[in-house]
Design a binder for this molecule. Sequence first.
Ligand SMILES: N[C@@H](CCC(=O)N[C@@H](CS)C(=O)NCC(=O)O)C(=O)O
Length: 217
Amino acid sequence: MSLKLSGVNLSPYVRKVRVVLAEKGLDYDHEPLMPFNLPEAYVAKHPLKKIPLLEDGEKVIPDSSAICAYLEAIAPTPALYPSDAYDRARALWYEELADEGISAGAGAFFRENLLAPLMFKRETDEALVAQARDETLPPLFDYLEGQLGDQDYLVGNAFSIADIAVASQLVNLRHGKGEVDAGRWPKLAAWLERVHARPSFKGLIEEEQAGIKAMGG
Ligand SMILES: N[C@@H](CCC(=O)N[C@@H](CS)C(=O)NCC(=O)O)C(=O)O
């Protein structure tokens, strides 16, 4: 097995894959490719022109969800997808909720509070941040708070791809100076601390924070 991952660290989708690789103890080469002006050879492999992309020798797998499912199949231990049919479906649902829903709100914080001043050299659009804070994220956080109940993890009370996907997006919320308000969503906030404290997340978050600092953030 010779794994190569393309995609820059700060992408929540790249992070999702890197956490899975870390949890499974898999070695890989990492090319921190930015998702702009992608080389033609890359676009030939990923026509949606997005990161990440995984290569395993001659095998080419675009898209974080496809990549994580592939990694689970080639390295089944520790299992990150529930074996029970319903739990597995729920885990895939949370992955979708993270990638298509939470991403919009967390991404607004990340783009406007971090990338805008640091990379795009423009002012933060406060209206976009307010919309994410007041409209996009609260119903999703209410939902997650209710789903967690007394569980430590989102599905079947075991750490899974569901936790990885949601917590990966919420790293970008934090990079963008956002937070899960522990007064309003205590279970979700405690869950996030628990998941981000795992060595797989902690190492990446520290690496990313160092990168942001080096860029002047
Ligand atoms: N569904 C994709 C989403 C990946 C994605 O949106 N990546 C962003 C970077 S965070 C990207 O490449 N954006 C470039 C673009 O949309 O042109 C996945 O899970 O891999």
